[in-house]
Structures are given as C-alpha cells and as structure tokens.
Design a protein around this ligand. Structure first.
Ligand SMILES: [Zn+2]
Ligand SMILES: [Zn+2]
Length: 257
C-alpha cells in the first residue's frame, strides 16, 4: 500500500492511498487544478481514482471537491451530517453518505470511519485496510480518545495531526478566542498530544508516520519532528520513518508491502 500526503496544513489537505488495484483520495482541500498537478507529480491520473473520502466539511478539506469529482465522475464518500451542510459549489455529482463504524469496501480496500472531536458538523478519522496492511488517519481532532487509539492500533502507516507547539501558540499572534479554539477539545492536536498518541500506537509493524496539518504560524517542522522522535526513542518496539506533511508540495511516497 502506497501513501502520500499531497498537501497538509491549514490552507489545504489531501492524502493519496493506493493499493495494487485501488486508489483513494482522502480530502480534496486544494483547487481541483492544483490537486491534479500534485497527482501528476506522483504519476496518478485523476480519472483513475476509485473514490474520494472526506473527513469533514471545512474548506481546507473540500476546496476542490466539487470540481474534481464532477469533472472526473468520482464517487465521494461523506458523512451524512457533513453532506447536509456542504456548500453548493463544493457539492459532488455522486455522493455516497456513510455513518461511522461500519466498513466500506472500495476495490480491494476496506475503509472504516470513526468519529473524532473537532468543530465541524461531523468529523471523522479513517482506517484503511488492505492485504498489505493498514493505514490510520486522524488529521483534525482536538483530543485523542480511547476510540481513536483503538481504531488506529496496529497500523503500518499512520497519518497523525501535529498542529501546533503549545508555547508558540500561546505566545503567537493569533487573537485569544482563536487560540482557545485551536487548543480546545474540538480544535487541533498539539505536537505533545500527537506524540503521546503516537507512543500508544507503537508496535513492531509500524513503518511510517506522517505528521500532518502543521500550523505555519504556531509550529515548526523541526519542533514537531523532535517531539515525535523523543517518544519514539523511549521505546524499542519500532523505528518508523517520520515524514512531515507540507503545504507547498507532496511528501515522498511511503510503501508498505
Ligand atoms: Zn477542520
Ligand atoms: Zn483542517
């Protein structure tokens, strides 16, 4: 299973997960044109995608959803509460609404959505399981819960939010209400919270960890990496590769066989 963060951050998010037979896009938060450009960088034609799954309806996750899905006739899987509030210009041609908790089969992959706490109408994380393992995705969540940790266990690849450094957020330029929103239980996961979650998810099979949705104002890639490396160095079960999601370009592709 190949995984690539095409874009990550508050200006737009999109993740590509491919098995031998199936290609899924998780979120479409850049313009359709920019999404196609980034897909081309990893040799994927947009019309060969099997489906788009959406974590939630915030604009940094759906900006190009309507145009991309209509232009290439892609089915879009959305939580039914998110579908109800999607703006008209982001509305896909083919929507398949889902509830959390049950498996959705697309090609040779099984996608399971689970609820996370975040200030959208409905926000989910995903686990994607295929014959070569499991990818776990949780990129907009104010806090980790026991359910999140359970759903993300025994993944070969993890995509975890590492949004902000707590001191940079506290001392940074954002207005106080926005700071409260970000660090609240329905906001975004800090580097420290993300590392604590990662620590609980370490097992012998963990190969790659993507740190995602880094704030350009309240975080620094080096700080996010160091915080994650500190918890990884405290355990001996695995030595995963750490990749940092970027706003301006795709990460390299992680391959799990
Ligand atoms: Zn969001
Ligand atoms: Zn977001």
């Amino acid at each position: 299973m190949n995984t690539c963060l095409l874009a990550s951050g508050s200006k737009g998010n999109s993740l590509l997960v491919c098995s031998g037979r199936t290609r899924l896009l998780i979120d479409a938060g850049l313009s359709a044109r920019e999404l196609c450009r980034r897909l081309a960088l990893v040799q994927v034609a947009p019309e060969t995608l099997d489906a788009v799954f959406v974590t939630h309806e915030h604009i940094d996750h759906v900006r190009g959803l309507g145009v991309l899905s209509r232009r290439h006739n892609l089915p879009v899987y959305l939580h039914h509460d998110a579908a109800a509030v999607l703006a008209d210009n982001q509305r896909p041609g083919r929507v398949i609404e889902f509830e959390t908790g049950s498996g959705i089969y697309v090609g040779d992959l099984m996608v399971k959505a689970f609820p996370v706490t975040h200030d959208a109408q409905a926000t989910v994380g995903f686990s994607i399981t295929g014959t070569s393992g499991k990818v776990g995705i949780a990129t907009d969540l104010g806090m980790s819960t026991r359910l999140v940790a359970e759903e993300l266990c025994r993944c070969q690849t993890l995509v975890l939010e590492s949004n902000h450094d707590e001191a940079m957020l506290r001392d940074g330029p954002y207005p106080w209400p926005l700071k409260q929103r970000i660090k609240g239980n329905h906001g975004h996961l800090s580097n420290r919270d993300s590392a604590e979650l990662l620590e609980t998810l370490c097992w012998e099979g963990l190969e790659t960890v993507f740190l995602a949705h880094l704030s350009e104002t309240n975080n620094h890639p080096g700080l996010a990496r160091t915080t994650a490396e500190q918890v990884l160095s405290r355990q001996s079960r695995c030595r995963p590769r750490l990749l940092i999601g970027r706003q301006d370009q795709p990460t390299s592709v992680s391959v799990a066989n």
